[in-house]
Design a protein around this ligand. Structure first.
Ligand SMILES: *Cc1c(COP(=O)(O)O)cnc(C)c1O
Length: 364
């Protein structure tokens, strides 16, 4: 099955075979070595040239575990988080903070609109109680890329902590984490890194780590400095998904061999092909081109074709697409192009799509 959903993604045979390596105990040196190689490769991939300024905190759990660990570990008592919310995942950031009974304020924009850096600057000037700003890098809801660099500049100039959910962004989009002084970036093995779901991570700026140590512990499993301290001793606090770590390392090797910039370009090319062909078929994209990511496109459903029918007919041909979420559930469909997909996979999908569309036109 070819997965055109935003994770889990199709992985290479090389990554799949890595699952079959020997059983090891996570309290032994074999695991410590594996963990430290993964951390090193994450830093090489995502903070090149500034590896000494960051730690890679690796967690067993899907991307949400990394995001939740970051947001609940970055606030001192009595301080607030400002969430820039323009989609389902931005919404989720605020809900998480609210759930932990931490103070949260929101700057909301419509789902097709990027947050305005000047509004953020104003909000931070007016609200000294806001300690941290959280934003989603790539809003998976619509495929919109938020202006990370511009917002990071504002947050940094106002001396606040910037927390970024780049679960669907890292390895698919450009993000200059170190140059932009971003304090925390959450990611996952199972999207653009092309590993399996089940391992996630936070890239954490070391200077901030020292400040975080004084903040209250709000979760047993997800308290971040607990992981950092254990990782300093070559281990993790709880039983890791060892086999998934093996595959994660292999996926990071593949990423570094391909090069992060080349991967990003490859995704861009696939997305462009999909957008061009569907455009020729009269299918309209939800977002203007300058807001679109490299790995997800949201399209309006064509008149007379329901999502269920489109999905089922494509699935019967071997392709899994993705529905809209929230207020867009019945209006759009999404095509992701993350994962170990070749040009011929994309071509095959485009042919299948055309067949389904032509069939629908004949019936109406
Ligand atoms: C997929 C995704 C998540 C959640 O990841 P899970 O692996 O499903 O927990 C969080 N944020 C964004 C932006 C995502 O795309």
């Amino acid at each position: 099955m070819i997965l055109l959903n935003p994770g889990p993604v199709n992985v290479s045979e090389r990554v799949r075979r890595a699952l079959m390596r020997p059983d090891i105990c996570h309290r032994e040196s074999e695991f410590s070595d594996l963990l430290s190689r993964i951390q090193q490769k994450l830093l090489t991939a995502f903070v090149p040239g500034a590896e000494a300024d960051y730690v890679a905190v690796v967690l067993t759990g899907s991307g949400t575990a990394a995001v939740e660990s970051a947001v609940m570990s970055c606030l001192p008592t009595g301080k607030r988080m400002l969430v820039l919310n323009n989609g389902v995942y931005g919404e989720r950031l605020s809900s998480m903070i609210g759930l932990h009974r931490l103070g949260v304020s929101e700057l909301k924009s419509e789902w097709h609109i990027k947050p305005d850096p000047e509004r953020v600057r104003l909000a931070l000037r007016q609200h000294p109680e806001v300690h941290a700003v959280a934003m989603v890098h790539h809003e998976t809801t619509t495929g919109l890329i938020n202006p990370i660099k511009e917002i990071a500049e504002v947050v940094d100039s106002q001396n606040r902590v910037f927390v970024v959910d780049s679960v669907s962004g890292l390895a698919g989009e450009t993000i200059e984490i170190a140059d932009s002084h971003i304090y925390m970036v959450a990611g996952t093995a199972g999207k653009c890194i092309q590993g399996f779901p089940g391992v996630s991570f936070v890239l954490l700026r070391k200077g901030f780590l020292e400040r975080m140590r004084g903040y209250p512990k709000r979760s047993w499993y997800l308290h971040m400095t607990h992981y950092v301290d254990d990782q300093g001793r070559g281990t993790v606090p709880f039983t890791p998904a060892v086999q998934v770590y093996y595959a994660f390392e292999e996926a990071l090797d593949e990423l570094l061999e391909e090069g992060v910039a080349n991967r990003t370009q490859r995704y861009r090319r696939s997305a462009t092909r999909i957008r061009e062909r569907l455009g020729q078929l009269g299918i309209k994209a939800l977002l203007p081109a300058d807001s679109q990511s490299n790995t997800i496109t949201a399209f309006h459903l064509p008149a007379g074709l329901s999502y269920a029918s489109l999905h089922d007919q494509l699935k019967a041909r071997g392709y899994v697409i993705y529905a809209g979420q929230g207020q867009l559930e019945s209006k759009i469909f999404r095509i992701a192009n993350m994962g170990a997909l070749t040009d011929s996979h994309i071509q095959g999908f485009l042919e299948a799509f055309e067949q389904v569309l032509t069939g629908a036109a004949v019936h109406t």
